[in-house]
Design a protein around this ligand. Structure first.
Ligand code: SAH
Length: 231
């Protein structure tokens, strides 16, 4: 089989979490068709000593444990040669919040190497030493980077050519044009006394497009004014 064009490698202490939900539905079908590939590698394979230790207590004291720089660097080097063109990401609440523009750029590239933190996080030196780009999936704290990695890969994979049914279905969605998406309706025409807006049944595609645009702008103004262009 030829190598999948978009390659994801995940470094984790819990390789059994992968592909997880990405083995089903759109992403799972695409995985089976080798539109993308996923390799989950166990950081513990590079652990130290009889117990394959991967973490140690924080320098300076404090709660929790920290993933060792030497262990993580070894895992990264084993997974990704120096000339690997893929960006090296570290899931981290301190990172730049992931957005659709970054997702689009990642999906257009050769793939990703994603490092999943655990415990209190990772030794700061490995972030600089292996040029890791910290990526956050939102302003809250997860117990590990794995769910973040799944979120990031799901968002990328659905944009790969041939993954979504209709090529167009990516471009009109929330965030793609700086707006939240307009509301959807389908049959039945009336449900619990609620009707589908008349205009959507009019067959006038120009008017429908205008209405959708206006609805998208209204929703965005109400819910996410931060997305609207600053003036
Ligand atoms: N002590 C850290 C949190 C560690 S949580 C802090 O206060 O910043 C353990 C791991 O979960 C992190 O190393 C990271 O890989 C992952 N993680 C937690 N929250 C995340 C988020 N919002 N986005 C991406 N990864 C996150």
């Amino acid at each position: 089989m030829t190598e999948a064009p978009w390659r994801a490698t995940v470094l984790t202490l819990f390789p059994d979490m992968f592909p997880g939900p990405l083995g089903l539905s759109l992403a799972g079908d695409a995985l089976a068709r080798s539109v993308w590939s996923l390799e989950a590698r166990d950081i513990r394979d590079h652990g130290r000593g009889r117990h394959r230790a991967v973490d140690d207590t924080p320098a300076g004291g404090g709660a929790g444990m920290v993933l060792r720089a030497d262990v993580l660097a070894e895992a990264i080097d084993a997974a990704s040669p120096a000339d690997d063109p893929r960006p090296r990401l570290l899931m981290s609440p301190r990172g730049r919040p992931l957005d659709q523009a970054r997702v689009r750029a990642l999906a257009a590239g050769p793939g990703v190497l994603v490092v999943c933190g655990r415990f209190e996080g990772v030794d700061e030196r490995v972030i600089a030493g292996r040029a890791l780009e910290e990526v956050s999936i939102g302003d809250y704290v997860l117990s590990g980077g794995e769910l973040g990695a799944l979120v990031l890969m799901d968002a990328c994979v659905r944009l790969l050519p041939g993954v979504m049914g209709k090529e167009a279905s990516g471009s009109e969605e929330s965030f793609e044009n700086g707006l939240l998406e307009y509301p959807h309706y389908t049959r039945p025409r009336e449900w619990e006394g609620r009707e589908i807006p008349q205009i959507l049944l009019s067959g006038d595609h120009g008017k429908i497009a205008k209405w959708r645009r206006a609805e998208a702008e209204k929703l965005t103004r109400e819910r996410r004014p931060d997305l609207l262009p600053k003036r």
